[in-house]
Write a protein that binds this ligand. Structure first.
Ligand SMILES: [Zn+2]
Ligand SMILES: [Zn+2]
Length: 257
């Protein structure tokens, strides 16, 4: 909004900022109230039942996710994730559910700031140069975009770019997959979309941060990474808000269970 006098302040009066976790009114539109932020912090400090490390430090299932490194990491996650549930007691799950349903700029920004800080921390530790990387994402399925009207991974990825200064580029598209409405059960089953590369030539010898909001089985991230590597990408480093908790030990090639 360009016109003076009807800027952010006036909008705050009309739509006072609320906590994205509990709905309570908050002073600054920075995502969460103090209590929810503390809860989120607690969840980030939970340890992986397999390796005992926090989500930021845990490398379980890493080999299945990628072969590129930033420092000693093959992917970056900030917290663990058990299930996709709006009524979860866990604030991370509640927020991710909301991120997929409500196109909220304050929630998008909250997660983008979190991811940006972690990416920059890893890059500084390992003396990577942010300007040599490109941020991209596996797009949401066309039918989910149709249903909710936006792509949450794209929204967060573009804000990560804003906070880190790492440029973003839409490299991937989804093909196939129609609207579910009017399809029978079997048709629904077969109605899957696949990823395809949008700018084959622009992947050659490039380094990518691949942002996906959650990593569950890891299949989407692997599919996207394979496409980018197939077009000559030098590195593909997955970044997510939360990854599914591993319930049992896997070997180095292990996938998430
Ligand atoms: Zn709250
Ligand atoms: Zn672990």
């Amino acid at each position: 909004m360009k016109s003076k006098g009807f800027g952010k302040k006036a909008l705050d009066l009309l739509f006072p900022p609320r906590c994205q976790g509990c709905g309570k009114l908050i002073d600054r539109d920075d995502g969460l109230c103090g209590a929810c932020l503390a809860k989120y912090g607690d969840e980030q400090r939970e340890s992986c039942p397999v390796c005992g490390r926090t989500a930021r430090e845990c490398s379980c299932g890493a080999a299945a996710l990628g072969s590129s490194f930033i420092g000693n990491r093959r992917y970056c996650a900030m917290t663990f994730y058990n299930e996709y549930n709006a009524d979860s007691e866990r604030i991370t799950e509640k927020l991710i559910f909301r991120l997929k349903r409500k196109n909220s700029s304050s929630l998008t920004d909250f997660f983008a700031r979190e991811a940006a800080a972690e990416i920059m921390r890893l890059m500084q530790l390992s003396e990577e140069r942010p300007e040599e990387w490109i941020i991209t994402w596996p797009p949401r399925t066309p039918r989910a975009v149709l249903e909710y009207g936006y792509d949450q991974s794209e929204a967060v990825a573009r804000r990560i770019s804003y906070y880190t200064g790492i440029p973003w580029k839409k490299m991937l598209v989804r093909t196939g997959g129609r609207e579910q409405k009017g399809l029978g059960a079997e048709e629904r089953e077969a109605n899957v979309s696949t990823l395809a590369l949008l700018r084959r030539k622009e992947a050659d010898r490039k380094r990518f941060i691949l942002f996906d909001d959650v990593i569950t089985t890891g299949a989407t991230v692997r599919e996207a990474a394979d496409l980018l590597y197939g077009a000559g990408a030098e590195a593909v480093f997955p970044v997510c808000i939360a990854k599914t908790l591993l319930k049992e030990k896997t070997d180095d090639e292990g996938v998430f269970v």
